[in-house]
Design a protein around this ligand. Structure first.
Ligand code: NAD
Length: 482
């Protein structure tokens, strides 16, 4: 059994004295590895190693373009080993291999993008008065913590670590206890890289142990947390005690809003893909369909046919939909489906699926539920499975009101040929990203991503995310006789 150790201060940590946790392949329930259940002491060691490395002369001597080149090298390494990374992610998360390959490419793109940005993060000169040169300098925050969810570990590590390393920080990653495999593969690369020891650290373990210890550590200078709202609140509370800023990327209940004049094929494709990707275990899943009342019957009929043609299978079999992460997630989703059946009308799916060779896994048929009240829990809360709830709207105002009727605001899709309608909806929907006649846009490495309302605080991806990891220092220089 592969034993995954933690990378702390350039050393591999984890031995007989430690508690070990199993890592399970969701496709068949087989154990694929073991991780250390990292403790508060391990976290403390990692943070102190990061702090020492950050303060070292060795790290200060690294020029921005050298950090950038290193990230670009990492991107190249991921591309050269894309199949290895994709298979690890596929076995660990359960997602279909094609989707895992897309994750490997997205991770490479993040490192490449932030590698290119490393020597282009600049301050301003600000005119004050004659005889005074005033400039802002963007300095690295210091030690940055990155708490990672289980659903897209490779991509999510790459997007925040890429930006934080580009800006010169020292990193502590806490990977998700269920899916540490690609996080470990990245740690192996960093361990062999020329980075000063302690600049990149990877700790494993449970959220309540290692995760809580990391977010509460007084020597952390910034926390990027991606995960559920409840945990996000705990992380923010812990960080608040140390006056440490947080970037929170949380959940969603994102609407796809389909008008009668939409390009039907594109809208059908978009709506299906937005909810089945990673079996719906995606923060930006399009889990609500809002369809114009007059068009509902026709659109829903075609959507049902599409749903019923989807294939469910093991990750490595590369079908449309893979397994649910584990029994706990499966039970939660099935409970929501049962509630939805009782409160509304089942249009498609709504049941567990048996998969040959995947008897030890948990699979759910892609599901459509109609006729729910807007305010019932199934319509309001993230289900995190392949479950689409359908609502109708009468006109543009009604569509906007319904789209904004949850506590979330991560992503929205609008499908119409009417430019006026499209922009009216886009300007009034409370969501961090709005897609018009598309959804998800190729991974969107360069596009700011983040939430309104309970979907989060701050933005990741794109240039804007570099700002998460810097302090702004103003320097005023008096010169001449003034
Ligand atoms: P989670 O909140 O259970 O766990 C996320 C991470 O936090 C894990 O590493 C976990 O070990 C750790 N953790 C748990 N308790 C902790 C605590 N008390 N203190 C510190 N860390 C703790 O989330 P999950 O189930 O892994 O992921 C699913 C959720 O993540 C969904 O809500 C999904 O929408 C969200 N998500 C959001 C984005 C985004 O970018 N907005 C991306 C992916 C997932």
């Amino acid at each position: 059994m592969k034993k995954i150790q933690m990378l702390i201060g350039g050393r591999w940590v984890g031995g007989e004295k430690d508690e070990w946790l199993p890592v399970i392949n969701p496709s068949d329930g087989e154990q694929i590895a073991e991780i250390v259940n990292g403790t508060a002491n391990h976290v403390d060691e990692a943070v102190r190693a990061a702090e020492a490395a950050f303060e070292s002369e060795e790290w200060r001597a690294w020029k921005p373009h050298e950090r950038g080149n290193l990230l670009i090298e990492l991107a190249r390494y991921i591309r050269e080993n894309a199949e290895h990374f994709a298979e690890l992610e596929c076995r660990d998360v359960g997602k279909p291999l094609t989707q895992a390959r897309a994750d490997a490419e997205a991770a490479a793109r993040y490192f490449e993008f932030y590698g290119g940005a490393a020597d282009k993060v600049m301050g301003d000169t600000i005119p004050i008065e004659d005889g005074l040169l005033n400039a802002t300098v963007l300095e690295p925050a210091g030690v940055t913590a990155h708490i990672i969810p289980w659903n897209y570990p490779l991509q999510i590590i790459a997007r925040s670590v890429g930006a934080a390393l580009a800006t010169g920080n020292a990193i502590v990653v806490k990977s998700a206890e269920d899916t540490p495999m690609t996080a470990h593969a990245l740690a192996e690369w960093f361990a062999d890289s020329p980075l000063p020891k302690g600049i990149y650290n990877h700790v494993t373990g449970l959220g309540a142990g290692a995760g809580a210890a990391l977010s509460a550590h007084p020597k952390i200078n910034h926390v990027t947390f991606t995960g559920s709202v409840g945990t996000g609140i705990s992380v923010m509370q812990a960080a608040a005690k140390n006056i440490v800023p947080v970037t929170l990327e949380l959940g969603g209940k994102s609407p796809n809003i389909v008008f009668e004049d939409a390009d039907e094929e594109k809208a059908l494709d978009g709506v299906v893909r937005a909810i089945i990707q990673n079996a719906g275990q995606t923060c930006s899943a399009g889990s609500r369909l809002l369809v114009e009342e007059s068009y509902k019957e026709e659109f829903l009929g075609k959507l049902k046919a599409r749903f019923e043609s989807l294939k469910v299978g093991r990750g490595m079999d590369d079908k449309d939909i893979g397994p649910i992460l584990n029994k706990r997630q499966f039970d939660q989703i099935m409970q929501r489906i049962e509630e939805a059946k009782a409160q509304g009308k089942l249009i498609s799916g709504g049941e567990a699926v048996k998969v040959e060779g995947g008897e030890g896994g948990h699979y759910i048929a892609p599901t459509i539920i109609d006729g729910l009240d807007h305010d019932c829990p199934v319509a309001q809360e993230e289900i995190f499975g392949p479950v689409l709830s359908v609502f109708t709207f009468k006109d543009v105002e009604d569509a906007i009101r319904t789209a904004n009727s949850t506590d979330y605001g991560l992503v929205a899709g609008v499908w119409t040929k009417d430019i006026d309608v499209a922009h009216t909806v886009a300007s009034r929907v409370k969501a961090g990203q709005v897609f018009i006649n598309n959804y998800g846009a190729g991974g969107g490495i360069q596009m700011p991503f983040g939430g309104y309302k309970k979907s989060g605080i701050g933005r990741e991806k794109g240039f804007i995310a570099l700002r998460n990891y810097v302090q702004v220092k103003n320097i005023a220089v008096r010169f001449g006789g003034g």
